[in-house]
Ligand binder design. Structure first.
Ligand code: FAD
Length: 531
């Protein structure tokens, strides 16, 4: 279908990960007409496969990435206030042992081996304290508590760890439900006028004078369509290079470095709500994080990944690496049998020629190409944590190309369901249980974490669980699936149980198949209802 009579839109965005959806929201709120195309489900690639932290990135200090760390530290609290349902503060326990070593090619380790060669690559305690001092003070921390030293003997934090760890440092960062962050940005973008097209692949984009002509294909119906836009944004994440070379065909030297990171999930390994930050003898670090009430999340790895078309999976080598790493710290000896789920994502890092995957910059780079007509903005790198700032920087570049773009507005504006105080989560849960007394604690907390102040709208006038329609298991009901299909672009059981929530950890394969069958049966009528 060719939309010949339709006015060209301002911005066409390729990619429905956090960067595409964050830019769509910001741009729509500034009055631009926006269309976003995502070839699969929203957040189906890197943006649902992160470690799920709003963090400054303590270890990036060793790479002297002060700009990135400062921006991310400041941003943690801005984001926390805008989404207190899907993000919350966490304390990180960093056990100290003198065997801890640097990766040999960080600028800090090179400097230290020059001035203190007798350290032989060891990471001294004073350096960790200095790093944590900077971490506490670089970035306008107001809500989150600062660093403290912790004795591990006889404490809940020390209990699961091997006896050789006597001392730790404890500092703050925040958790973020990454895939829900993407969905809520897409929804808010749509509420502000953007058109969000999941399951729509961009086949090509060509300059036609001052405009772009973009061919898309609906990946389910096969229907093709032509869109015209004044500017193109390439937020293809791991595909950014592929889009430059094969879809837009730019003559560009910009490169992307694909670095896979894998996580493993085990049953809950300890009984408190803090995370661990483990340093390895190889200079790398991993986290062990309380996950989905009954589980522990462990990650991540850094492995070169050759092609975005190859779906990233946690290889047996990566799984062993993570288990062995965790086993250097936990008393309990973890084996493959303890792993209940794994996931992997590919970091689309700007190719800055760094020598190792671990060392490649995590900062973002935005490049406009306006040679030969209509402009395109290519996005490289970035973190979940800096997505809002990345969108603001993108809009600055866009404003250089398009007239009358309004100023920044997203700082301090809540995402759907996030209009309650940062410390108001428990009060929201109590309120929901008051209104719907049939909800148990797990169910009520899960709903408030996912939907915040929108949870009552999903439950409607229900007086008992049976009023919510079919029970798909693990507290997932027809009423919630209905909401996800009509309000949150969910199409398949996979969209629901791995990206809108993580009930895939609790549902059996048969239950997921039954959910998928129900969704297939109701898809047509529900998507019509949503129009
Ligand atoms: C293992 C790991 C751990 C991480 N941990 C953290 C963390 O704890 N905190 C943090 O802040 N950051 C973290 N990150 C970084 C963060 O996840 C990424 O920087 C971010 O998700 C990238 O988002 P994106 O939108 O650029 O890419 P993506 O989420 O990959 O989105 C790009 C989208 O473009 C779509 N697309 C591609 N080609 C086309 C086409 N032709 N047509 C239509 N659509 C197309 C893809 O389907 C994809 O959905 C982590 C990353 C990894 C891999």
């Amino acid at each position: 279908m060719i939309d010949q009579n339709v006015e060209p839109i301002d911005l066409f965005i390729i990619g429905g990960g956090i960067n595409g959806c964050g830019i769509a929201r910001d741009a729509a709120g500034r009055g631009l007409s926006v269309t976003l195309a995502e070839m699969n489900d929203l957040a189906s690639a890197t943006s649902s496969a992160s470690t799920k932290l709003f963090h400054g990135g303590l270890r990036y200090l060793e790479y002297f990435e002060f700009r990135l760390v400062r921006e991310a530290l400041v941003e943690r609290e801005v984001l926390l206030k805008a989404m207190p349902h899907i993000s919350w503060p966490m304390r990180f326990v960093l056990p100290y042992h003198e065997d801890m070593r640097f990766e040999s090619d960080t600028p800090t380790s090179r400097l230290l081996s020059f001035i203190m060669p007798w350290m032989k690559g060891r990471r001294p305690a004073w350096l960790i304290r200095l790093g944590l001092f900077l971490y506490d003070n670089l970035g306008g921390r107001k809500i989150l508590p600062g660093t403290k030293t912790l004795g591990l003997r006889g404490t809940a934090e020390g209990a699961p760890l091997e006896d050789r760890f006597a001392k730790a440092y404890e500092y703050s960062d925040c958790w973020i439900e990454d895939s829900r962050l993407v969905i809520l940005n897409a929804r808010d973008a749509e509420a502000r006028g953007a058109m969000i097209l999941p399951r729509t692949k961009v086949l090509s984009a060509a300059r036609d004078g001052d405009l772009w002509r973009i061919e898309t294909q609906n990946t389910e119906s096969g229907e093709t369509r032509t869109h015209t836009a004044k500017m193109l944004v390439n937020a293809g994440g791991p595909w950014v290079g592929d889009i430059i070379q094969t879809k837009v065909r730019l003559n560009s030297k910009e490169g992307v470095r694909l670095v896979r990171g894998s996580h493993i999930v085990t049953r809950k390994l300890y009984d408190h709500d803090k995370c661990y930050f483990f340093q390895g003898t190889d200079g790398r670090i991993i986290f062990a994080i309380p996950y989905e009430t009954d589980f522990t999340l462990i990650g991540t790895t850094d492995a070169e990944h050759d092609d975005p078309a190859n779906k990233p999976v946690c290889t047996p080598e990566e799984q062993s690496y993570l288990l062995n790493f965790a086993n250097q710290y936990f008393k309990q000896d973890l084996t493959d049998a303890d792993v209940v789920w794994t996931y992997s994502g590919v970091r689309p890092l700007y190719d800055d020629g760094a020598s190792s995957a671990t060392a490649a910059t995590r900062d973002y780079t935005l490049k406009v190409d306006a040679n030969g007509g209509a402009p395109v903005l290519n996005i490289f790198g970035g973190k979940i944590t800096t997505y809002r700032r990345l969108a603001e920087s993108a809009l600055e570049k866009i404003a250089e190309q398009l007239p009358n773009v309004k100023g920044p507005w997203t700082a301090g504006v809540t995402l759907p369901g996030g209009d309650f105080p940062v410390d108001g989560f428990d009060a929201q849960v109590a309120k929901l249980q008051d209104a719907f007394p049939f909800l148990d604690a797990f169910w009520a907390r899960r709903l408030v974490r996912a939907y915040g102040t929108e949870a009552p709208a999903i439950l409607g006038t229900a007086k008992e669980a049976g009023d919510l329609g079919r029970d798909f298991g693990a507290t997932l009901t027809e009423a919630e699936v209905h909401w996800l299909m009509t309000h949150e672009y969910a199409h398949t059981a996979e969209d629901v149980v791995w990206r809108r929530n993580k009930l895939g950890l609790r549902l059996s394969a048969e239950q997921i198949t039954a959910l998928d069958a129900w969704m297939a049966e109701h898809r047509h009528s529900l998507s019509k209802a949503a129009e």
